[in-house]
Design a protein around this ligand. Sequence first.
Ligand SMILES: [Zn+2]
Length: 137
Amino acid sequence: MTHVRSLPLAAALVCATTAGCETPFRPKDGVQYDPPPIYLQWWSSVEQCSGRRGDFSRVLWYEVPSAPGMWGFACPNEPPGRYCTGEWHSPHTIMIAAPNEVYPGGHRYDSVTVKHEMLHDLTQSGDHGPLFARCVP
Ligand SMILES: [Zn+2]
């Protein structure tokens, strides 16, 4: 399922995994960051659309290095050759692809990626049900 507009590769994915249960997941190469204020607006809009409510402050945000020459990182739970701009891990960790030479802005301010991962956190699922088509197309 492709969630990344304006990027050429069909393998673009924003994926998720439910591995991890309740222990906070901390990606090995990730750098934790404070969510910028715009995230509160995005969270609120995803809550409103989905009818789900969640505690924004429970989410841990990490930037993860993109693969060399790629605009995202290799998705841990996808077949080789798939790259992600974002990934949610249960219970409340969201990884976002960091800037690199291919995608200098990174995806931290990519509302499509960030809101998609927010919806995973609000639904507490890696599945892409109808809410995804409706709220984070
Ligand atoms: Zn997803």
